[in-house]
Design a binder for this molecule. Structure first.
Ligand SMILES: Nc1nc2c(c(=O)[nH]1)N[C@H]1C(S)=C(S)[C@@H](COP(=O)(O)OP(=O)(O)OC[C@H]3O[C@@H](n4cnc5c(=O)[nH]c(N)nc54)[C@H](O)[C@@H]3O)O[C@H]1N2
Ligand SMILES: Nc1nc2c(c(=O)[nH]1)N[C@H]1C(S)=C(S)[C@@H](COP(=O)(O)OP(=O)(O)OC[C@H]3O[C@@H](n4cnc5c(=O)[nH]c(N)nc54)[C@H](O)[C@@H]3O)O[C@H]1N2
Ligand code: SF4
Ligand SMILES: [Mo]
Length: 821
């Protein structure tokens, strides 16, 4: 662990340092930070007038002082071409995090590219094209010309089906309103691309179709609701590690205010432990269910609550559909939707039956129902906030399972009320503003399988890496390498020819089954190794970027540094592709089609914001957002008064539900009965393999390690993805902590670093997902639900030892995740 051993002093922020608002661009929570920059040849001083904090730094500061920062919050970067000191530190005045950082966000500064301190030298600086058997740096004009010429050959006015697109749909890191608009305008307005997917799933669809179909948008409460609720229900989510400051700054205070917590997760997470510490073990109920059985337990909770009469009848009468079935099962709706009584009938599940399916006790299910809904002794209703994330979304039978949670919230009148909500806890921040995607259809195309099946001729990829994060990844990589190599070989064979001849050669290889791959990223990613053109993007902070967090809090992150080299905002890259397509199409005499690619004369990201988001939200401008600072405004924005944007603290406070677009404004219940492991191939995989390969995140690592892989602090801790395994199982396999193991099953194999963990249940492992040195997705089968939602979490495989610990793995600690406080 050589990490920052030699940092014994850091410069003091001078009083006149520039100060900018920053929303952490990693997770959904969107903590507020301040970025301070000042010229390299200056430093602040100890006297109050000489430093930004205005305090006497020659004296010992109190424990809770704001007047400090850690080495990870410091760097030297370029600003308008000059080297400047940079400090990015948490903002005590931001309502989201009140000055808290996290082990990810507090490393924002050291994860910027610096030519002085040498950090993140992996960042792309110039466009690159495949030439002479490798990637050669080139200009934007050259790279975009090649992209446009090849793309133009495979698309036409009425048929754009051979252009495949993988694109982010989120805010924060990559994404944001500017960039979803730039890409959205290109692919959904100028074109009508239907063969597309989102960064985290193999189709262009919703993660949570059912709640929307029921009328309930998935981010409907405020973080402060967790502080005042009677009961929190956390289903398939691990907020201490994944929504850290929502947990620490809002949920923990809620527990200290007396809230009880029900957690549904097959794994004993550090969140369970932390809740027990904060609330007292007697106020925490962990339903440690068998994997994939959430629907059974949720339907049993709903049944028991309804049978006991603990429902909010007034709310049900006023705000929900009353009359049988409103939406029958069809191709777009895996289950029917309708009235409370219809749902009661369809979802009926006794606590005893659920207990048998889920492997928890009947008494605990009844206790959970009581904590959620049994009125207080004085007869008043209990408030309950339900939160779910990837254990459910990427879990078994997404549609009825999410629907079953919303059923409970609707039945108990806990939406639009203080202390209520039934919400995704979220992943990235949000920042979606695009033209309609209706042409994509539902169910949407299963893009990865189409590629595996030989379809798609040109593939544009924006800010995601299938090689690390998709399902059925072993097969995907085999096919993608083969198909993209066909094009590389054709390009190599025609090196030294004219552009026309080169394009002909590429198209020839495409027609023979190849695929031409364009990768827009900030680093040279793993799927980027297969690309033919690589386009360098900037990140948040290297551009102005707007996003909203998990309580719909919209903020502007102000640009505080230059992007590396000639990298550009994604929205301006999309504009560049459009402009080059227009030019090429005109040259080819395809004027009518070329006309579609006009309207991209944006000079800045703000122009893209004005062209997109602002047309739908005329009150919101950069200037106004800047003035709203790190507390921003909660969407939807309803007006502008007294110099402030006016927002919406909580959705559905009026009891009118509109997310489904029904005119009556009534919410629908979900009529989804338990039906076992739903996705094709899962039940067989479970039957034929010993270990559950549960998977997900760790506090330290951000996503697919795109920055972490070049960060000593992260790599020193986990040089390889860990797989937590029960110590007796490990003994059985002859495996010790640090050993490299192979995880293998019917669809593929991957590797991981064994981490013996006493809290892991026998035969149930947990592997860090998305790692460059061992993709968990290699062993996930292609099974998805009817609407092409993947089931990443339910994966079974066998495990064998392949090597003793590497020198890097030998040095690390294998202490239990669960620390004794
Ligand atoms: N097994 C398993 N698989 C999963 C999941 C799971 O739980 N288990 N979870 C799924 C989920 S929820 C997610 S979100 C996905 C994540 O999967 P990905 O989306 O593939 O992962 P990220 O790390 O978010 O990818 C970000 C990519 O964008 C690049 N990038 C970062 N910032 C920018 C930018 O500003 N512009 C551009 N153009 N590029 C940028 C990064 O270098 C990186 O290559 O994985 C999914 N896959
Ligand atoms: N530190 C960190 N934070 C992050 C991210 C990150 O990469 N690192 N990524 C962000 C993103 S994009 C996302 S989408 C979110 C994801 O946030 P979360 O969903 O909270 O995180 P995961 O670890 O993917 O999965 C959550 C839990 O699902 C459980 N689970 C597995 N199978 C089942 C099941 O059958 N039923 C139930 N009930 N639970 C099950 C797992 O044991 C795990 O504890 O995190 C965001 N925050
Ligand atoms: S909790 Fe999320 S948003 Fe907040 S600092 Fe950590 S990674 Fe950033
Ligand atoms: Mo995600």
């Amino acid at each position: 662990m050589a990490y920052k051993r030699f940092t014994d002093r850091l410069p003091i922020i001078p009083a006149d340092a520039q100060e900018r608002n920053v929303t952490c661009h990693y997770c959904i929570v969107g903590c507020g930070y301040k970025a301070y920059t000042w010229p390299l040849n200056r430093q602040g001083g100890g006297a109050p007038s000489d430093n930004k904090f205005g305090v006497d730094l020659t004296r010992q500061q109190p424990t809770e002082t704001e007047a400090w920062y850690a080495p990870s919050m410091y760097n030297v970067v370029k600003q308008d071409g000059r080297d400047v000191h940079l400090v990015i530190k948490p903002d005590v005045n931001c309502a989201v995090n009140s000055g808290l950082g996290s082990v990810r966000g507090a490393r924002m500064a050291e994860n910027r590219r610096s030519d002085i301190t040498g950090t993140q030298q992996q960042r792309l600086t110039e466009p690159m094209v495949w030439r002479y058997g490798t990637w050669q740096p080139t200009t934007w004009a050259d790279a975009l010309d090649l992209v446009a010429r090849v793309t133009a050959r495979v698309i036409d006015m009425d048929n754009e089906d051979d252009l495949f697109v993988s694109m982010f749909d989120h805010g924060g890191s990559a994404g944001g309103y500017e960039n979803t608009w730039g890409t959205g305008k290109l692919y959904f307005d100028s074109m009508k691309v239907k063969n597309c997917r989102i960064h985290n799933r193999p189709a262009y669809n919703s993660e949570v179709h059912s709640t929307r179909d029921m009328g309930v948008g998935e981010l409907n409460n405020a973080y402060s609701d967790y502080e005042i609720t009677d009961t929190m229900v956390l289903v398939g989510t691990n907020p201490l590690e994944c929504q850290t400051n929502l947990f620490l700054n809002h949920m923990i205070p809620g527990m200290r205010n007396g809230a009880r917590v029900v957690i549904i997760d097959p794994r004993r997470t550090v969140t369970v432990n932390a809740c027990e510490e904060a609330a007292g073990a007697e106020n925490v109920l962990h339903l440690q269910i068998a994997p994939g059985t959430d629907l059974a337990v949720a339907n049993a909770l709903f049944t028991h609550i309804a049978d006991q009469g603990w429902v909010d009848s007034d709310f049900i009468a006023a705000s929900t559909f009353a009359d049988g079935v409103a939406q029958a099962v069809d191709e777009a709706h895996p289950t029917a939707l309708g009235s409370f009584e219809a749902a009661r009938e369809e979802c009926r599940m006794s606590a005893a039956d659920a207990a048998a399916i889920c492997g928890v006790s009947e008494a605990d299910i009844i206790k959970a129902a009581e904590w959620i809904a049994r009125p207080h002794d004085d007869g008043t209703r209990r408030t309950c906030a339900i939160a779910y994330e990837k254990g459910v979304i990427w879990g078994n039978d997404n549609y009825p399972t999410v629907g079953a949670l919303v059923n409970i919230a609707l039945a108990t009148g806990n939406i639009g009320r203080e202390g209520g909500g039934v919400c995704r806890l979220g992943g990235h921040q949000e920042g979606y503003f695009r033209p309609s995607d209706a042409h994509v259809g539902r169910p949407a195309a299963y893009l990865d399988q189409l590629i595996i099946g030989g379809q798609g001729k040109v593939h544009h990829i924006w800010a995601n890496d299938h090689y690390k994060t998709t399902l059925n990844a072993s097969e995907f990589k085999r096919v993608y390498n083969r198909r993209s190599n066909m094009v590389k070989e054709a390009m190599d064979a025609r090196a030294g020819t004219t552009r026309e001849e080169l394009v002909d050669a590429i198209v020839g290889a495409i027609e023979a089954g190849g695929i031409f791959s364009v990768n827009v990223d900030v680093i040279h990613s793993q799927i980027g190794q297969a690309a033919h053109v690589i386009l360098p993007a900037v990140e948040s902070g290297e551009m102005n970027l707007t996003s909203m967090n998990g309580e719909r809090r919209l903020r502007l992150t102000e640009k505080y540094m230059d992007g590396p080299g000639s990298s550009k905002p994604d929205c301006l890259i999309a504009a560049g592709i459009a402009q080059h397509l227009e030019r090429v199409l005109r040259e080819e005499g395809r004027d009518a089609y070329a006309d579609r690619f006009t309207g991209y004369d944006w000079q800045t990201e703000e122009d893209a914001f004005v062209d997109g988001y602002q047309t739908g939200n005329p009150e919101v401008t950069y200037d106004r957002l800047r003035a709203m600072g790190n507390n921003g405004v909660q969407e939807p924005v309803t007006g502008y008064a007294d110099g402030k944007l006016v927002g919406t603290n909580r959705l559905y406070a009026d009891g009118v539900f509109n997310r489904h677009g029904r005119e009556d404004g009534k919410a629908l219940f979900c009529l989804g009965a338990w039906r076992g492991l739903q996705a094709p191939g899962k039940a067989q995989q479970q039957a034929n393999h010993r270990f559950l390969i549960n998977n997900g995140r760790s506090n330290l690592n951000w996503q697919n390690w795109f920055l972490d892989q070049d960060n000593d602090f992260a790599i020193d801790r986990f040089p390889l993805p860990f797989i937590q395994i029960n110590p007796e199982d490990a003994a059985d396999l002859g495996v010790k902590s640090g050993d490299m193991v192979e995880v293998y099953n019917d669809v593929g194999a991957t590797q991981a670093m064994a981490y013996l963990e006493p809290t892991a249940r026998p035969n149930e492992t947990f592997m860090l997902f998305g790692a460059p040195s061992g993709a968990q997705g290699n062993v996930i089968n292609p099974g998805v639900n009817e609407l092409v939602l993947p089931n990443y979490k339910q994966t079974w495989a066998n495990i064998r030892k392949i090597a003793d610990p590497s020198p890097a793995a030998e040095k690390i600690s294998f202490k239990s995740w669960e620390v004794e406080l």
